[in-house]
Design a protein around this ligand. Structure first.
Ligand code: NDP
Length: 280
C-alpha cells in the first residue's frame, strides 16, 4: 500500500499529511464510507461534533482491523459547547461516541468572537492535553489575532490551524505567519467545492490529462508538494480511493506555477473566520 508522509507537530506528535474529511457524511453512511477509506489507506480522519456523525465514524474505527496507535483521529468542539466546563464535558461525550480513550487532535472549531469564550475554552484544551485525553490541541478558522490572544493567556501555541485553503483561495498572506509560529496549516475544502469550478478549470484539466490523473488528484498533489496537510472528503468510496492515490506522480514547477495563478479574492466558499458565531 502507498505510504502517506507524516508532518511533525510543535508538541512532538506527528500527523499523516493526507486525511479523510467527513463533513456532510450521514451518520448511517459513515461506517461503510469511513471503513472503505481506511481500507484504501487513509489513517487520518477529520470529524467534528457539528457534523453529527462521530458515532458512525466510531463504528468504522471499531470495525477496522488497524491498531489504534496507527490511526490519527481529529474532532472539533461545537461552537455552542465553548466555555471551560462545557468543553471538558463535551470532549468526554465525543470520546464516548467515537468509542475511543483519547483523541489525537481536538480543535476549537471557530473562534466565535461574539461569544468571547475561545480563550477560556483554550485553557480547558490545555488541561485536556495535560490529562492525556487528547494528544494534540489546535484551532480552526482562527485569525492570527485570535491565536495571539490564546498564546498570551496560556503560553501554549496550537499545533495546527485548520482553514479553508485551495487553489482558488490560497491564503498566501497567513502562511508565513503560521510558519514563523511553528503552527501547521490544515487545508479544509481543499477541492474548492462546486462554486469555484476547479474541477472544470482548463489548466487543471490539461495538467491532469498529461499526468494521467484526475483534477482532484492534481489539486491534492498541489497541497502535498507545499507541505500542507490536506483533508479531501468524498461520500463515494471510489473517489475517496482516487483522492488517496497521489504518491506516484510529481507536479513540475511549471504545473505548480499554473495552479498558483488560480488564486482569486472571491475564492472563499465558507464565511470569514470572525463572521461565523453559530454554524457548527
Ligand atoms: P472538499 O474540498 O473535500 O470537496 C468535497 C466535494 O468534492 C464533495 O462534493 C465531493 O462529492 C466532491 N469530490 C470529492 N472527491 C472527488 C473526486 N475525486 N472527483 C469529483 N468530485 C469529488 O470539501 P469539504 O468542504 O467537504 O472539505 C473537506 C473536509 O474539510 C470536510 O469534510 C471537513 O472534514 C473539513 N472542513 C472543515 C471545516 C472547518 O470549519 N474546520 C469547514 C469545511 C470543511 P462526493 O462526496 O459526492 O464525492
Amino acid at each position: 500500500m502507498q505510504k502517506c508522509p507524516a508532518i511533525p507537530l510543535n508538541d512532538g506528535q506527528a500527523i499523516p499529511q493526507l486525511g479523510f474529511g467527513v463533513w456532510r457524511l450521514e451518520e448511517d453512511d459513515a461506517p461503510d464510507v469511513v471503513g472503505a477509506a481506511i481500507k484504501a489507506g487513509y489513517r487520518h480522519i477529520d470529524t467534528a461534533q457539528g457534523y453529527d456523525n462521530e458515532a458512525g465514524v466510531g463504528r468504522a474505527i471499531a470495525e477496522a482491523d488497524i491498531d489504534r496507535q496507527d490511526l490519527f483521529i481529529t474532532s472539533k468542539l461545537r461552537n455552542g459547547h465553548q466555555g471551560y466546563d462545557s468543553a471538558m464535558r463535551s470532549l468526554e461525550e465525543s470520546l464516548d461516541r467515537l468509542q475511543l480513550d483519547y483523541l489525537d487532535l481536538f480543535l476549537i472549531h471557530w473562534p466565535a468572537p461574539a461569544h468571547d469564550k475561545y480563550a477560556e475554552t483554550w485553557k480547558a484544551f490545555v488541561e485536556l492535553q495535560k490529562q492525556g485525553r487528547v494528544r494534540s490541541i489546535g484551532v480552526s478558522n482562527f485569525l492570527p489575532e485570535h491565536i495571539q490572544r490564546i498564546i498570551a493567556e496560556t503560553g501554549v501555541v496550537p499545533a495546527v490551524n485548520q482553514v479553508e485553503l485551495h487553489p482558488a483561495y490560497q491564503q498566501r498572506d497567513i502562511r508565513e505567519w503560521h510558519r514563523d509560529h511553528d503552527i501547521q496549516l490544515e487545508c479544509y475544502s481543499p477541492l474548492g467545492g462546486k462554486d469555484t469550478g476547479l474541477f472544470e478549470n482548463p489548466a487543471i484539466s490539461e495538467i491532469a490529462e498529461r499526468h494521467g490523473k484526475s483534477a482532484a488528484q492534481v489539486i491534492i498533489r498541489w497541497h502535498i508538494q507545499q507541505n500542507l496537510i490536506v483533508l479531501p472528503k468524498s461520500s463515494k468510496p471510489e473517489r475517496a480511493a482516487e483522492n488517496f492515490d497521489v504518491w506516484d506522480f510529481t507536479l513540475s514547477a511549471d504545473d505548480v506555477a499554473r495552479l498558483d495563478a488560480l488564486d482569486r479574492p472571491d475564492g472563499k466558499t465558507l464565511p470569514q473566520p470572525d463572521e461565523n458565531n453559530e454554524m457548527f
